[in-house]
Ligand binder design. Structure first.
Ligand SMILES: *Cc1c(COP(=O)(O)O)cnc(C)c1O
Length: 371
């Protein structure tokens, strides 16, 4: 049996580098609560992401959930079902109603041609997802948001470090939320961040209240907050990983280039387009299997890979509007393009150290499944 290959493999800095980074924690005994690692990571990320305002959080989900809460939204939020559970849960856990908009067939981001029809007098925000690191149609989304006075909160969990037309992805909309989970391109083991626009008055303070029990100072508690702080060991991991991020992304780019070389122009296989004006982070490599043209279904390919100890993942299947908890709700809506893609998509193993020979082995198995 060949060695096991999973869909991803968390990056780690050299052990000595991490030990050096955490050494002064043993001097200070300051383990959490906005310590010096936390502050250093904020500054480093402000530079790397080219943003002015950034809060660190315990994970990406809390970045989404507490950002929505800090905006004090009501009513309906338009989003897409082609995403991780977290996006939809963050909306519903704020007592907001998700309204599901369909996705574009080529890059799986929210279809802005179908968005405006879903706006009602209850709509207060749009929560699009830069899914797989594919940048949404940010200009059109902003145009619609401005026209109807809606807030835009991007789920940017997949888009760390990306640029569109020279602009950091973190600067679009009102808020962009990142996940620094172990499986993401940049990670702090568990962690996340909200980057927010100058336009938002009081948002930073409100988000701070929500992540730290509403504690303003030793004797003043002026918000009903939760606890969603990032600890010093997580921040230290972030500081180390950030030193290697450019190298990490360029290695991922080479893996993706090899996949594309092998799988481009195969009848029945659909790869994401390579958009102009985007600096990619190569977060994921999704392939859509159009079974009639290709000669095998997505699930047959999954089984063939698993037989060889290779574990690709069906991200994102099922759609969130087809989850047990959301199915048959009025707002679950009808999203045929998302459904078509969810039934056929597979994200292939991708990480910086994935060997070219392994990519070849994966592609050989896939191509053997076809006709
Ligand atoms: C990973 C992820 C999240 C949640 O982030 P965590 O850090 O795991 O809480 C949210 N949205 C999307 C699209 C994700 O992939």
């Amino acid at each position: 049996m060949e060695k096991k290959i999973l869909v991803t493999r968390s990056s780690l800095p050299p052990l000595e580098e991490y030990i050096d980074e955490i050494r002064d924690i043993w001097d200070s005994h300051w383990l959490t609560n906005m310590g010096s690692k936390h502050e250093c990571l904020i500054h480093a990320l402000q530079q790397y992401l080219e943003v002015e305002h950034l809060h660190l959080l315990v994970n990406g989900h809390m970045a989404l959930e507490l950002s929505l809460q800090a905006l004090k939204l009501t009513g309906e939020v338009i989003t897409t079902p082609f995403t991780f559970a977290s996006t939809t849960h963050a909306i519903v856990r704020n007592n907001l109603t998700p309204v599901f908009c369909d996705i574009r067939p080529d890059d799986f981001t929210i279809d802005t041609n179908k968005l405006e029809n879903l706006i009602t007098d209850k709509t207060t925000a749009i929560m699009p997802v830069h899914v797989y690191g594919n940048i949404c149609n940010v200009e059109e989304i902003q145009r619609i948001a401005d026209k109807y006075g809606l807030k835009v909160i991007y789920d940017a969990a997949h888009a760390f470090g990306e640029k569109y037309k020279g602009q950091s992805v973190a600067n679009f909309g009102d808020v962009s939320c990142f996940s620094f989970h172990a499986t993401k391109v940049f990670h702090t083991i568990e962690g996340g961040a909200s980057c927010y626009s100058d336009r938002l008055k009081d948002f930073g303070l409100e988000l701070y209240r929500l992540k730290n029990f509403g504690i303003r100072s030793e004797e003043v508690v002026d918000g009903v907050g939760a606890n969603a702080k990032m600890n010093e060991f997580a921040a230290a991991m972030g500081l180390c990983n950030l030193r290697h991020i450019d190298d990490e992304i360029s290695k991922r780019g080479k893996v993706v280039a090899h996949y594309r070389k092998r799988l481009d122009n195969v009848p029945g296989l659909r790869l994401n387009p390579i958009p102009e004006d985007v600096i990619s982070n190569y977060a994921y490599f999704p392939v859509v299997f159009e079974e009639h043209e290709f000669g095998a279904t997505r699930n047959e390919v999954v089984s063939a890979l698993a037989k060889d100890n290779i574990y690709a993942r069906k991200y994102f299947y099922p759609l969130t509007n087809d989850f047990e908890c959301y199915r048959h709700r009025i707002y679950a809506g009808n999203t045929p393009v998302a459904l078509h893609v969810a039934k056929r998509v597979l994200t292939l193993p991708l990480y910086a150290d994935l060997k070219q020979a392994d990519v070849d082995r994966i592609c050989d198995i896939i191509l053997r499944c076809g006709k």
